[in-house]
Write a protein that binds this ligand. Structure first.
Ligand SMILES: Cc1ncc(COP(=O)(O)O)c(C=O)c1O
Length: 562
């Protein structure tokens, strides 16, 4: 329908330019601590006083035993490392000058990883940026993995990395759990597993199990969370005859047209208002309404303005990559009530929350049933499986009963036998062991938060791990590590955790990641997830690594100040 930002806008007043367009592929290129930044960034640089800097100044530092940071491989100091840093990161790095530290870390990293480095050169010739997923392609190059088991992965250079990324949070039982690999090995041995292009008992049984566990009338399988959310939105638009899609600013639903608006923070004046990719149909940008997470009043305003044109509100009960925070019950109840009042559909994106807090959906904790819900990640047990599940009368827009008006169809590899075998095995295992697995994941997640925050506090650095329960949703195994500029800053959602005025985003995203890799710990977004394979000893190891990293941060800043 091509609505303009005059009507659909972002959080605040509509922006005629529609905010800033991100993701143009224009990466900032930094070399040996030289960075470029805009005037705004320069102003931020003048005014930003990070809690890290305060710590370096000695204000809040707790005494700690000084342990020299190990320099694996005896990295040559001063060697020029050409370092390309992601655009957003480089801006922030420029603003608070993390670039020298990043370069120092990169030099050590290069020196200790000759085989990954060599492979990276080949990768860069065959693959865009050397790979297929931006989050895996860390700077200066990613560790290339040769094996993965439980809480650990091993890289080409023989480093055993304690992994908290765990397959983009998919591996709730750790890497390659035997329950899944054995089932797959047996099936392949018996001559079953690759795509047949027909349907089978397994598809029926897996759908029955999923529907039962998430309270859905129907389900349909696909291969990725991205496709699931896209199909759910098509179903909502077709069944309501409306075109506006409401989503949370900073919420990630995969790289599909409506999901690619309002992901990157953008500017302080117009946060989360941009289209995050070029090449999108022009109308899409005008069809997405962005609203802040955990802000029921703003949600209500948005519905008052636009409710009769809204096809659906898509929201995560636990917002994953943007913040790692549970939705407040007020927010989700307002969402349910407003969708009902205005005739819009409520879609829960449970790609992260599904089967993460219990062997089923997370909506149950809130006593809320969405019209549609999307599942992926955990349900696949490490294989590519996703599903849209929910009301039969809506899903049937994809079926014969309603003339197949929504082409939630096709997909050569949809309902792939090996994937469904993994999914059924995984979900059955989680159901059978629900009483042990989930309470343990929750308490291990809480332990990680206390340990990591404590480690940074020892060096006077205020670090906060997201993912705490809110009395409705339990403590999460997933956490992001953020560095609020002020200890008192509330963290309500991506509007805070991704806001460079509230949190030192580059420190949490890039610097910590590289620093921890040098400690043989792999994190993304500052931290990640514990799994059933992680132990108390692993958490202690993480704590030790964080303590050394924190000490190093403080020491580096102190040196620079001197
Ligand atoms: C909440 C959420 N929705 C959708 C997606 C997209 O899923 P996939 O990566 O399987 O396409 C993701 C992926 O991280 C996600 O976190």
């Amino acid at each position: 329908m091509g609505g303009s930002w005059d009507t659909v806008g972002g959080y605040g007043e509509p922006s005629p330019e529609g905010g800033c367009v991100q993701g143009s592929g224009d990466l900032g290129e930094l070399e040996e601590g030289v960075a470029t930044g805009s005037l705004l960034e320069a102003r931020q640089a003048e005014t930003a006083v990070t809690n890290l800097e305060q710590a370096a100044a000695g204000g809040t530092i707790h005494p700690g035993r000084r342990t020299p940071h190990p320099r694996p491989g005896g990295a040559p100091r001063g060697a020029a490392v050409r370092l390309r840093v992601r655009e957003e990161g480089s801006r922030l790095s420029a603003a608070i000058d993390h670039v020298p530290l990043l370069n120092e870390l990169a030099q050590e990293y290069v020196a200790r990883s000759p085989r990954s480095s060599e492979l990276n050169e080949r990768a860069a010739r065959a693959l865009v940026d050397g790979g297929s997923h931006a989050l895996r392609l860390i700077e200066p190059f990613p560790p290339r993995i040769t094996s993965a088991k439980g809480a650990y992965v091993r890289d080409e250079d023989g480093h055993e990395l304690l992994d908290f990324w765990q397959g983009h949070y998919a591996n709730l039982l750790g890497h390659n759990p035997e329950v899944i690999t054995t089932a797959l090995a047996r099936a392949f041995e018996a001559g079953f597993g690759l795509q047949t292009g027909l349907t089978d008992r397994l598809e029926v049984e897996t759908a029955e199990l999923l529907c039962e566990r998430v309270g859905a009338e129907r389900a349909r399988f696909t291969t990725s969370g991205t496709l699931a959310t896209m199909y759910a939105i098509l179903l909502a638009r077709a069944s309501t005859g409306r075109s506006l899609v409401m989503k949370v600013g900073g919420g990630w639903h995969g790289a599909q047209p409506w999901g690619l608006v309002g992901v990157d923070f953008g500017s302080q004046d117009a946060p989360f208002q941009g289209a995050d990719s070029e090449g999108l149909p022009a109308a899409v940008r005008g069809e997405v309404v962005v609203t802040p997470f955990n802000d029921p009043d703003r949600l209500s305003d948005q519905f008052r303005r636009l409710g009769d044109r809204v096809a659906c509100f898509i929201v995560e009960p636990f917002i994953g990559s943007g913040a790692g925070l549970p939705a407040s019950p007020e927010f989700l109840h307002a969402a349910r009530e407003l969708c009902d009042r205005y005739g819009a559909l409520l879609i829960f994106d449970e790609v992260i929350s599904g089967f993460r807090f219990r062997a089923g959906d997370a909506g149950v904790f809130y006593g809320i049933r969405p019209d549609l819900a999307c599942f992926a990640k955990v349900i696949g047990g490490g294989m590519p499986v996703a599903a849209v599940a929910g009301r039969a009368d809506i899903l049937e827009f994809a079926g014969r009963a309603k003339g197949r008006r929504v082409r939630f169809s096709g997909g050569t590899y949809s309902a792939h036998p090996a994937s469904l075998l993994a999914a059924k095995t995984m979900m059955s295992h989680l159901v059978a062991h629900e009483g042990e697995i989930y309470p343990r994941l929750s308490s291990l997640g809480a332990k990680v938060r206390a340990t990591v925050e404590g480690a940074f506090a020892t060096e006077g650095i205020h670090a906060r791990c997201t993912g705490r329960g809110n009395g409705v949703l339990p403590d999460s195994p997933v956490s992001l590590l953020v560095f609020p500029r002020r200890a008192s800053s509330p963290l309500r959602g991506p509007q805070d955790t991704r806001n460079p005025a509230v949190c030192d985003v580059a420190l949490g995203e890039e610097v910590v990641q590289l620093a921890l890799l040098l400690e043989d710990v792999h994190v993304v977004h500052g931290l990640g997830t514990v799994t059933a394979a992680h132990t108390d000893a692993d958490v202690e190891r993480l704590g030790e690594a964080c303590r050394r990293v924190a000490r190093r941060f403080r020491h580096t800043l102190k040196q620079r100040r001197a």
